[in-house]
Design a protein around this ligand. Structure first.
Ligand SMILES: [Zn+2]
Ligand SMILES: [Zn+2]
Length: 333
């Protein structure tokens, strides 16, 4: 449902029903399903009760079957090759900010996709509508991630969670988090989330100031446009105005990846800007910006757009193993 972009409340209904069902003994469930009592349980409605009954009978629930029939639109060869070349994702959110799921669940879904790394980039303090993390909460999150990574390492797998942040670019181009804390993070995605309508001159200065900040790795959804109505944001939103040549030249010069944001409601930057950034020699990061586990799969949309703009795997930073990427950025000169 998440991959299909269904509203969060519907996903929640199924998660809630799963939690209720998971707490009951099997025999009790079978009895309730027989006498039509499932609907009386907390969090179980008509649709979820039917899915539970079908599952108890050993069938794939009709609801799931319908989703699966329509979910996997076939990708063309070049797009699947680029998607297969991705080793990780540099932009995702957990329920610590405005995501819907715990860090563990996001990590489990990323591993299931075959990723070697997932950057956890919850929002910064000023984005209060998204429950942005204060410096103290971010420090606490770093401890949690360290513990989870120790668990992954003990299992012997290659997967790890990269520490990170999606930090707000303030109106003056400064970043909305303590520099010392940004320094400690594996991945800093910098994004504009406020005053998106400022004049092009000021917006260009603002973005370039952030790009020149040595802590920044990725420029998130650079135009801020919203192309799909509905969801939590409500309406559509036009692109912010800025001098794209100056902004992309700064990205190239300072080694900041231009994000190809894969969310169906963003698809940012638009293709004319993607082509420009490519011609100017920029690197890219194809990110899901997932706010739920199933949305991690949205990278395929970004891959399709990259292919349409002639961008190959060699220009995409998250086709490289994390250590290699990190080492190259920190190399002197
Ligand atoms: Zn954002
Ligand atoms: Zn985000």
């Amino acid at each position: 449902m998440e991959r299909a972009g269904e509203p969060t409340y519907r996903v929640r209904a199924f998660r809630g029903a799963a939690a209720t069902v998971g707490g009951l003994p099997h025999d009790e469930l079978v009895r309730l399903a027989r006498n039509g009592g499932l609907g009386d349980l907390k969090g179980i409605g008509k649709v979820t009760a039917l899915a539970v009954t079908e599952a108890l009978n050993g069938d794939v629930p009709t609801y799931l079957r319908r989703l699966e029939d329509t979910a996997d639109v076939d990708l063309d060869e070049a797009t699947s090759a680029l998607r297969a070349a991705l080793r990780g994702d540099l932009h995702s959110h957990s329920d610590w900010s405005d995501g819907g799921s715990p860090i563990e669940e996001m990590a489990a879904a990323a591993r299931a996709l075959g990723h070697e790394y997932l950057a956890l980039t919850d929002h910064s303090p000023r984005l209060t509508v998204a429950n942005g993390l204060s410096a103290d909460r971010l420090r606490a999150q770093l401890d949690v991630v360290e513990e989870l990574n120790a668990g992954f390492a003990a299992e012997g797998g290659a997967f790890r969670i990269l520490t990170g942040i999606e930090v707000d670019i303030n109106a003056d181009g400064s970043l909305d988090q303590e520099p010392g804390l940004l320094e400690r993070l594996d991945v800093v995605v910098a994004s504009v989330h406020s005053q998106l309508k400022m004049g092009a001159g000021d917006m260009t200065r603002r973005m370039v100031t952030a790009i020149a900040n040595p802590h920044v790795d990725v420029l998130g959804h650079c135009t801020g446009r919203i192309v799909q109505a509905g969801g939590k944001r409500g309406g559509l939103r036009p692109e912010s105005a800025f001098d794209a040549e100056i902004v992309f030249e700064a990205c190239r010069r300072f080694g900041v990846a231009v994000e190809i944001n894969s969310r169906p409601d963003r698809l940012d930057p638009p293709k004319r800007l993607l082509r420009l950034a490519y011609e100017m020699g920029c690197s890219f990061s194809i990110d899901s910006d997932a706010h739920a586990p199933g949305q991690l799969d949205w990278q395929r949309f970004g891959c399709a757009r990259a292919v349409q703009c002639g961008i190959g795997a060699d220009r995409v930073v998250n086709t490289r193993p994390w250590d290699e990427r990190h080492a190259s950025r920190d190399a002197p000169g």
